[in-house]
Ligand binder design. Structure first.
Ligand code: ADP
Ligand code: MG
Length: 139
């Protein structure tokens, strides 16, 4: 295990349900700290760029429409094994398959509108963090 950083996004569904405090509080309770945080309303180009890896997937258009439908909160979480820790706290992509107590089980309505994003590897975390934050904004 190593101290890591990962990118987290509180997606438009959760932001719209007034869940920012609950979700951020959960990360802190689990030992992750917020190294950077910003509320953003993504443009279409920003959403498409962020999810470029999914460009050929059938849900890409729906995903980008959802992610631009209302503001998100983008955050850098820092802590021991932060990438895997965040994925564990989030739960499976599909809330119907997510474990009890995970953020997606608690708060997500569907596989598309699933409350939170988390980087899936340390390599992608570095790319995703750099997409939203300058090094000088991480504290
Ligand atoms: P995760 O966010 O768990 O890493 P993926 O990287 O596979 O999941 O997918 C990115 C996002 O695309 C998901 O979080 C979800 O918002 C959306 N998505 C994934 N699969 C589907 C699907 N079958 N239908 C609609 N949206 C989907
Ligand atoms: Mg993913």
């Amino acid at each position: 295990m190593a101290r890591q950083r990962t990118l987290s996004i509180i997606k438009p569904d959760a932001t719209g349900k007034n869940l920012l405090g609950k979700i951020i509080g959960r990360f802190e309770e689990e030992g992750l700290r917020i190294a950077a945080m910003r509320k953003v309303h993504l443009s279409r180009a920003e959403a498409e760029g962020f999810y470029a890896v999914h460009r050929e997937r059938p849900f890409f258009d729906e995903l980008c429409t959802f992610m631009t439908s209302a503001p998100c909160v983008v955050m850098v979480l820092e802590g021991e094994d932060a990438v895997a820790a965040n994925r564990r706290i989030m739960g499976e992509t599909n809330p119907a398959e997510a474990a009890e107590g995970t953020l997606r089980k608690l708060y997500a309505a569907s596989i598309g509108e699933n409350a939170v994003h988390g980087s899936d590897s340390p390599e992608n975390a570095a790319i995703e963090i750099a997409y939203f934050f300058r090094t000088t904004e991480l504290h």
